[in-house]
Design a protein around this ligand. Structure first.
Ligand SMILES: [Zn+2]
Length: 81
């Protein structure tokens, strides 16, 4: 037989689960809005790009340098600035 305290506890547990689920759904909706509105789940990971620079091979010193950077700091380096 369900007593009143047990019934209240059951209601509280159900309410907490329902409230938690609603918050979870709101967070999910906010995350999907964060992008450009597209709901493509697979493209989400490709949007995260790491800031990186492409390196180019310097013919003079045979090492990889950033084209916008200061090169290899040798006198005849074409990428030295
Ligand atoms: Zn160089």
């Amino acid at each position: 037989m369900l007593s009143l305290p047990k019934l209240l506890l059951l209601l509280a547990v159900i309410g907490a689960v329902w409230y938690g689920f609603r918050m979870f759904a709101q967070i999910q909706a906010a995350r999907e809005k964060e992008g450009d509105g597209t709901k493509v789940r697979g493209a989400r990971s490709s949007r995260r790009t790491i800031p990186a620079q492409d390196l180019v091979l310097c013919e003079k010193c045979k090492s990889y340098v950033t084209p916008e950077g200061s090169g290899c700091r040798r006198g005849d380096c074409p990428y030295d600035r």
